[in-house]
Design a protein around this ligand. Sequence first.
Ligand code: PFF
Length: 442
Amino acid sequence: MAQRETWTSRVGFIFAAVGSAVGLGNIWSFPFQTASNGGAAFLVVYLLAVFLIGFPTMLIEFVIGRRSKQNAVSAFSELGYGNWTFAGAIGVVASFITLSFYSVVGGWVISYIVGSVTGGYLGQAGTFFGSVSSGTVAIGAHAVFMAITIAIVAGGVADGIERATKFMIPAILVLLVGLAAWASTLSGSAAGYAYYLSPDFGVIANNFTSIVPSAMGQAFFTLSLGFGVMIAYASYLGRDDSLPADSAIIVVLNTVVALLAGFAVFPILAATSGVGGASGGAGTAFVALAGAFGQLPAGQIIGLVFFIVLLFAALSSSISLLEAPSSYVVDRYGVDRPKVAVGVGVVSFVIGIAPAYGYVGLFNDFVFNILLPVAVLFIALFAGWVANRESVDELGRGTTLGEGATTLWLWWVRVVIPIVVAYTLYLGVTNFYSGIVTGAYF
Ligand code: PFF
């Protein structure tokens, strides 16, 4: 059997993991979740979710991946606990379903790039969204987005993913900083900063049962946790890197990108349609932003830059969504990587035809509210209670962490994460169910 590829450098691994984490979730979903959940109140809960739950959960995935040197499905049997394979399988299913609607939204971004060049959405943001978001245009753009994703993954770990993300991440940071700086010059921007940054704790108290699952789902989604993706990525990692250090870099960079996106979006909203009115959801994001670009001086160029950033971010994430199911098939059946990438991508494209006809919200909430918390709950129980010796040993490798720190992590994974995530799951299921029965998705 051919030797397993590894990252050509530690930096390559970090770039790829950040590339997976930074995506539509940061630049589009985060600002609009924040806008529709009370602004700074949501931000507070979201940051707690990222650092107190997301960060230690990322360590769980890294530990499992590096220890087993396998994809998320094979990892459990490789470690000697074959009957936990289902935990990894849930993540692979989540990746696969997410890819199908992620590619649809990626396709919208492509349509908005075209619209920025032709001026197609200027002065008619709502109509434009209607014409590109579902039906044949959406399916065509979805096909283009998926084809690009397949081409990158088919190139292999070091060649395709690493090269692509090394280029994308710095580009995203530079473009967002520019956009945020420009947005700060708009008159009326102050109200945007106030809404974004001054928390009203009454809002948290009154909307606790909706803010908590949204913030947790957003935290897992944005950090690519619960998908098995970070398991697969860490499986290519050398033994002596510090997992906590790598994880901290990834979490912080991902958070910086989301916060920067907020620093661009909120002043723009405040200067145009006003903050707090956005209801969240797929359409609102594109309609509000394109509407803002349509009203601003040089808005067409700003819009073009913004949507190119979004495309880069989306692609560096979608390649990891395709990588997760593909690496499973490659490892398990020894089939050629390019063939597998094409096969998995095409099937995911076909499933994506449903969201391309208007069901993005349904797919999104199913993943956010149910699949991700379920997957995280099981891997936490696994690492905390089943493979706890291996987990603690692997966490300590390549670090100077003392026993106190690894023990704290272990008990956090054993007790705090399962309780918090189980509660989130309960709220998420309740909200999803009421969305179905009230017809909110249809
Ligand atoms: N983290 C990505 C985002 O915020 O857009 C979404 C994602 C990408 C999740 C890749 C999972 C994944 F494997």
